[in-house]
Write a protein that binds this ligand. Structure first.
Ligand code: ADP
Length: 247
């Protein structure tokens, strides 16, 4: 589904020097995968997610989705692509002055769904994430896990095929983390949504991912199925991650 080919991203520092944040990265994400991208802080994970979400463009190399190079998308095609991608953030990014229902309705209104469709879809999504009874609550009245459920419902509103998750459980305790991860796993299984999840926690990878890419200093040091990476892990950083997960 997603082909990442020799992807390189550089930023120019204020002093004019070049910072290579992603260096010649190639791997593939299949339809229906829950693909983890793990690395320490500064490894390049968020940059990778932004490139997949077409919020930024590569310096060289490409990302193709079903054979179409994202860099070639303009105008209507670009907007159409954004509609096929949902994003969930660590900090939820909810509209604090809006109710739970209004937050979930927001992307539907932007996409000009009619009133009846919006109400129906919001009810369906709140049921999916187990928050029907909180429809009229405000985000400040919710726990962290409930806020993340609202954010997940909102991200799924326009029926995306791809869900990008940026450290979605990093602000949550371990029990809540488990419930959010099992919700994401259910969504993957029942709706067939492909999930890319960036994290610095190996537990997240172990619990829901079928494949993983390990980033270190902008380099892809290991990737493949969890079992393959576990068996053939090449890099010290991969070993450290998996060792930590065993404690
Ligand atoms: P991670 O998500 O793994 O923590 P990031 O992708 O956020 O890593 O960042 C990787 C590196 O790129 C960091 O050194 C960061 O400071 C740098 N970086 C990210 N975005 C920019 C930018 N817009 N301009 C300059 N440097 C950036």
């Amino acid at each position: 589904m997603i082909e990442i080919n020799h992807l390189t991203k550089e930023f120019v520092n204020t002093d004019g020097t070049i910072l290579k944040v992603l260096d010649d990265i190639s791997f593939q994400i299949g339809q229906g995968d829950v693909y983890g991208i793990i690395g320490m802080s500064g490894a390049g994970k968020s940059t990778m997610l932004r490139l997949i979400g077409l919020l930024d463009t590569p310096t060289s190399g490409s990302i193709s989705i079903r054979g179409k190079d994202l860099a070639s998308l303009t105008g209507k095609d670009k907007i159409a692509y954004y509609k096929t991608v949902g994003t969930v953030f660590q900090g939820y990014n909810l509209l604090m002055q809006k109710t739970v229902s209004e937050n979930v309705a927001f992307p539907l209104k932007l996409s000009r769904y009619d009133k009846g469709e919006v109400a129906e879809r919001v009810a369906e999504l709140l049921k999916l994430v187990g928050l029907s009874e909180k429809a009229r609550a405000y985000p400040s009245q919710l726990s962290g896990g409930q806020k993340q459920r609202v954010a997940i419902a909102r991200a799924l509103a326009t029926r995306p095929q791809l869900l990008l998750c940026d450290e979605p459980t990093s602000a949550l305790d371990s029990l809540t983390t488990d419930s959010i991860l099992s919700l994401l796993a259910d969504i993957n299984r029942t709706l067939g949504v492909t999930i890319v999840i960036i994290t610095h926690e190996i537990d997240v990878v172990r619990k829901i991912c079928n494949k993983v890419a390990v980033l270190e200093g902008g380099h892809l040091v290991d990737n493949g199925t969890i079992q393959d990476v576990l068996t053939h892990q090449n890099h010290e950083i991969t070993k450290n991650f998996f060792r930590k997960g065993e404690n």
